[in-house]
Design a protein around this ligand. Structure first.
Ligand code: C2E
Ligand code: MG
Ligand code: MG
Ligand code: MG
Length: 283
């Protein structure tokens, strides 16, 4: 009995420590946001046929003074729990717009930049006003929404907001398509510009005829709706060739480029022509 009580005490102490640890991390994160430590890394998206750069995805990183550059896995869940994810999205968008202008000043061709939008940010009633204040040039920014967002909240108000965002010249892209409860009705109603096939559907696309048929079917549905298809998680050249053959419009993944900081991304853009074609590589 005594042991049992001790165990309960031990357990609750652990929980408190955990809670305290989480709270401290959330406080650090809030401070990091204020100090501009949340920055985008950029990963290229290439045209599946020509391999020209057609887009960049901005991926949040925490440039931590002691722990180095942290990926979202280390802080996004805490951010969600403590209501900070909308601020992370905003910080990434803000910095992406600044990087974009800096690259343009240097004379680089800057493709569209895709930023990830959390459900919390999309639910913010002030979002549209905040976006208007940023005066985003049409075509400059794309919003990536995870599939679950639009399927959970596909009501009229939500769709009206999406329409207003589109009218600002911001395209909507459905992220991680195929990983959640995909609804074709949602897809038809939302009319995204593009959908991004989830990495899990890409992994075995070379070896598995079944997986190829699934991806091929998604491409066909997308084409029927006049929606572009991008594949994520392209880790090998065989992935790239197969996905291109299956009709994917663009490709993103480690085989084509790792997420990298603004300086390295700038150097990459500098090495491509105004059409996005590589200057150093023939063809
Ligand atoms: P995502 O939007 O699906 O982004 C793609 C993730 O896959 C990135 O992880 C990227 O580094 C990784 N990746 C890219 N190519 C490959 C590949 O070939 N193989 C594999 N295995 N992985 C690849 P990252 O940067 O750790 O981001 C994880 C997730 O965090 C993102 O998934 C996105 O859902 C979320 N996220 C990132 N930045 C933001 C942001 O600014 N706001 C919000 N709300 N979420 C973000
Ligand atoms: Mg994404
Ligand atoms: Mg994704
Ligand atoms: Mg994914």
């Amino acid at each position: 009995k005594k042991l049992g009580r001790n165990r309960v005490e031990f357990f609750s102490r652990q929980l408190q420590d955990d809670l305290r640890g989480k709270r401290r991390l959330a406080e650090d994160l809030a401070q990091a946001l204020e100090q501009g430590e949340i920055i985008p890394y950029y990963q290229v998206q290439l045209d599946a046929r020509t391999r020209e750069i057609t887009g960049l995805e901005a991926l949040a990183r925490w440039n931590h003074p002691e722990r180095g550059v942290l990926a979202p896995g280390a802080f996004l869940r805490i951010a969600d729990e403590y209501g900070l994810s909308a601020e992370i999205d905003a910080a990434v968008l803000q910095r992406a717009l600044e990087d974009r202008v800096a690259w343009q000043v240097l004379g680089y061709h800057v493709p569209r930049i895709a930023v990830n939008i959390s459900p919390g940010r999309l639910a913010d009633p002030a979002l549209l006003d905040k976006l208007r204040r940023l005066a985003i040039p049409p075509g400059a920014i794309v919003f990536e929404l995870v599939e679950t967002i639009f399927l959970d909240d596909c009501d009229e108000k939500f769709l009206a907001n999406i329409d207003l965002i589109k009218q600002m010249g911001i395209d909507i892209e459905i992220d991680d398509f195929g990983s959640g409860h995909a609804s074709l009705i949602g897809l038809v109603r939302l009319k995204p510009k593009r959908l991004k096939i989830d990495r899990q559907l890409v992994t075995d696309v070379v070896e598995s005829a079944e997986q190829r048929r699934v991806v091929g079917s998604i491409v066909e549905i997308a084409k029927a709706l006049d929606v572009e298809v991008i594949a994520e998680g392209v880790e090998t050249e065989a992935h790239a060739v197969t996905l291109s053959w299956l009709g994917c419009d663009s490709l993103q993944g480690f085989a084509l480029g790792y997420p990298s900081n603004a300086a390295d991304t700038g150097r990459l853009l500098a090495s491509t022509g105004h059409d996005g074609k590589s200057r150093s590589v023939a063809g």
